[in-house]
Ligand binder design. Structure first.
Ligand SMILES: Cc1ncc(COP(=O)(O)O)c(C=O)c1O
Length: 403
């Protein structure tokens, strides 16, 4: 601690905090290291292995010594394959060209770089709440100011153009959208997306669309990109990731699709920071983008089964309400009826749940939504059953005023 106090850190780094989802995972890890049987609903990553054909391609790339630096924005075939995949699987039209694509070390890196290249000190960035934990901190790191646009549980946490409009000011430079959303699973209907985009275009504001969960949608919701809407090219930025779609979180592969001058700026930033994304991982991503999509369908079918079960289980617990997520692999129940003097916040509830029942969840406060917790169902049905039993027992024993 003393040593830390002696290090004078930049004002910039002091503006941000360690990702709160990482903190919860660390806490759960401590219990696991002691041999405790933790039901871990924390992870924001698929529990499936990376598909075999992708792994095999990476092994081949290694054997062929594709272990050198590559071009900073990524190998040319991968940039083209991402554009083709995006047009074929999400319907971007006209298809992006390779020069409008930069390969990054994960989707977070893509978002970080785009914001660092565009946001000036004092710029406002609209962030729908509940939000993925990293958006506000990345905006602050760049010197901007996050402005939250509240979505509501009784409207399935959908972002509404009318609410975006109310929050726009002359200082707004960017609107971030994340559909399907982490943590709520909310999906923005295509018409609403169109209206939000039109607002942005009218005001000369960037729309940054984080499509990280694009292929995990349920019921009527379908994979969708704003880049399929007419006339979006000039003010739209797409941030994509291989992490969730292809169960490749550890490979760190993501991309941006955006107007060429922004791609050039991000490439410049990468040339002075990370350089290219890992060469072997780029070949693996090339196979993911060009190869069969069967594994995605298999994962989606399994997530759909788990989603049904966890929703039913949570809704059966007195005092808990939970809207039905249309996408991603999270549920976001409201537990506020169970809060009381000895368990006054969702963070306290998450801590007690971990201590008493060894169930790890992420407190809603981390996502700007007090009174909620995020439960990831990227774990087996058996673990979901066990977790539901423990959660039900926890809330029936907690001395709250649940009605
Ligand atoms: C909404 C959202 N965007 C982006 C990311 C970044 O993913 P990655 O950096 O692994 O590609 C995540 C990861 O959890 C996320 O939940």
């Amino acid at each position: 601690m003393k040593l830390e106090a002696a290090v004078e850190l930049s004002e910039r780094i002091k503006r941000i905090t360690v990702s709160p989802t990482m903190l919860v995972l660390q806490e759960a890890e401590k219990y696991k290291a002691k041999g405790v049987d933790v039901v871990d609903f924390g992870p924001g990553e698929p529990d499936f292995p990376t598909p075999e054909h992708i792994k095999r391609t990476a092994i081949k790339a290694l054997e062929e010594n594709r272990t050198k630096y590559t071009a900073t924005p990524g190998i040319a075939p991968l940039r083209q394959a991402i554009c083709d995949w995006h047009a074929g699987n999400l319907g971007s039209s006209p298809a992006y060209e390779a020069a409008e694509c930069v390969v990054t070390s994960g989707g977070k890196h893509a978002i970080f770089n785009a914001i660092c290249c565009l946001i000036e000190s004092g710029d406002e960035v609209l962030v729908p709440a509940p939000y993925w934990v990293s958006y506000p901190d990345i905006v602050k790191y760049a010197g901007g100011q996050p402005v939250f646009v509240q979505t509501r549980a009784d409207d399935e946490f959908r972002l509404r153009a009318a609410d975006v409009e109310k929050a726009l000011t002359p200082r707004t430079r960017m609107v971030i959208v994340n559909s399907p959303c982490n943590p709520t699973g909310a999906v923005i209907p295509p018409e609403e997306f169109g209206e939000i985009f039109e607002l942005c275009r009218h005001r000369g504001v960037w729309l940054l669309s984080d499509e990280c969960y694009s292929h995990f949608t349920y019921g009527k919701a379908k994979p969708f990109t704003a880049a399929s809407l007419p006339g979006t090219r000039e003010s739209l930025i797409i941030a994509g990731s291989f992490s969730k779609t292809f169960a490749m979180t550890g490979w760190r592969m993501g991309y941006l699709l955006a107007p060429q001058p922004l791609i050039a700026a991000v490439t410049k930033l990468q040339s002075q920071s990370t350089s290219n994304a890992t060469s072997i991982a780029q070949y693996a991503a090339l196979e993911a983008a060009r190869g069969p999509m069967d594994s995605v369908g298999t994962m989606l079918a399994e997530y759909a089964r788990r989603r049904e079960r966890i929703l039913a289980g949570l809704r059966a617990i007195p005092g808990i309400t939970c809207s039905a997520p249309e996408g991603a692999f999270y549920v976001f129940p409201n537990i506020s009826a169970h809060l009381h003097a000895d368990m006054a916040s969702d963070t306290a509830a998450a801590r007690q749940l971990l201590e008493r029942e060894h169930v790890a969840v992420v407190p809603g406060e981390a996502f700007g939504a007090p009174g909620h917790v995020r439960i990831s169902y990227a774990t087996s049905l058996e673990r979901i059953e066990e977790g539901l039993r423990r959660i039900a027992r926890f809330f029936s024993n907690s001395s709250g005023q649940a009605q």
